[in-house]
Design a protein. Structure first.
Length: 380
């Protein structure tokens, strides 16, 4: 109202009759930062302080994470989700340069990637909007993701439970011939598959979606009439009751319980591949996330032996759910999850999971996931 009165007074300045009332200038009101905004600033400062001079992020907790190829794309992507600041922009540039050098070296056979699908997928997400033109590093990352999908080109058949997905295998995952030993980590899983789809989708490349959807459908506990087992949620991998975080729901049928991180991933993967919001499988996964939402715990019907590690993937779940909510509306209490994340922040601005089974006790890992979740949830 004061602004309107001042404006009317200015418009009447040429008239003979002066304004009846002298307005005081409008006082600038400083907006108070929310707890989430303060947490993001503190987390950003912590993450930037951990960056090496060459632009990489390296773990002091795990040897596999000390080389920079695992954590640099994760931390750089997390900073890119935050509100812009000069400090984060500089750190993102340094991280992007590190990834460009890394991709060029890996493409030249000098530095093999330890986590080729994850590193390449996240690097593509970081570099695609940041680099003008197509660099040799991006060529390498794109080829690395593309050649690691388990398809007929590598000997996999549609009847194979892993057909169409991506996994953790460090090399090109060719299907072993009958009688040959099966190397570890050859299988496809929901997490790596959606990471690959998200990266390719950021480049507008949807070619692998037909086979990828076939894989994701096999990872969903789904039937037209939802039941206690076919509840619409997702699990992580076929044939492994240990790496499926919630455990087996039926040993006789080799069925696995649905849980939060896999369901958030699986739903996002279906959306990335173009399924409509009202597709029955999409609706079922959306319903699962709504019905099982819990801001304090990673949701799922965990078997008793797995229960102590329920929250071992808490920060990954929060980040995956936040990314999925950017693509589809789910009626959950976002601010409850925001408050839970803020409450878990350490004094130095970091986050770290007390449960070590999935390496979220590494503060760079957990902080990257927590910042991604907070930034996206705060955008609404």
């Amino acid at each position: 109202m004061r602004f309107a009165a001042v404006l009317l007074g200015l418009l009447a300045a040429g008239c003979s009759e002066p304004p009846r009332q002298q307005e005081t200038p409008v006082e600038a009101v400083s907006r108070v930062e929310s707890p989430a905004e303060r947490a993001m600033k503190r987390g950003e400062a912590f993450l930037i302080a951990q960056q090496s001079e060459d632009g990489g992020w390296r773990s002091s907790t795990y040897g596999d994470f000390k080389h920079g190829d695992a954590l640099t794309p994760l931390a750089t992507r997390a900073l890119a989700t935050l509100p812009h600041s000069d400090a984060s922009a500089a750190a993102i540039r340094k991280g992007s340069r590190f990834l460009t050098v890394l991709g060029s070296a890996a493409g030249g056979g000098q530095t093999p990637l330890r986590f080729p699908v994850y590193t390449s997928a996240m690097a593509l997400e970081v570099l695609a909007p940041a680099v003008n033109g197509w660099s040799p590093a991006e060529d390498y990352f794109f080829a690395t993701v593309g050649e690691r999908q388990l398809t007929a080109r590598l000997g996999w058949q549609p009847s194979d439970p892993h057909f169409g997905g991506w996994g953790y295998f460090p090399g090109v995952p060719r299907r072993p011939a009958p009688g040959e030993p099966v190397p570890p980590f050859l299988e496809a899983n929901t997490s790596a598959t959606v990471a690959a789809l998200q990266a390719l989708g950021s480049l507008g490349h949807e070619g692998p979606c037909g086979d990828a959807l076939a894989f994701l459908f096999r990872m969903q506990n789904y039937a037209e009439e939802l039941t206690l087992l076919d509840d619409g949620g997702f699990f992580f991998i076929d044939g492994d009751p240990v790496r499926n975080k919630a455990g087996m729901s039926s040993s006789k049928e080799r069925r696995y319980h649905s849980y939060g991180s896999a369901t958030a991933d699986g739903l996002r993967g279906m959306l990335l591949c173009g399924l409509a919001d009202d597709h029955p499988r999409v609706a079922a996964a959306k319903r699962w996330l709504h019905d099982n939402f819990d801001a304090e715990r990673h949701p799922g019907r965990y078997v008793a032996p797995h229960e102590p590690n329920r929250n071992g993937v808490y920060y990954y779940y929060a980040a995956s759910l936040a990314q999925t909510l950017q693509r589809i509306e789910i009626a959950i209490e976002r601010q409850q999850l925001v408050a839970a994340l803020v409450a878990r922040q350490n004094e130095d601005g970091s986050w770290a999971n007390p449960i070590v089974t999935l390496r979220e006790d590494d503060p760079i890992t957990a902080t990257s996931f927590a910042l991604t979740a907070l930034a996206l949830l705060s955008k609404g």
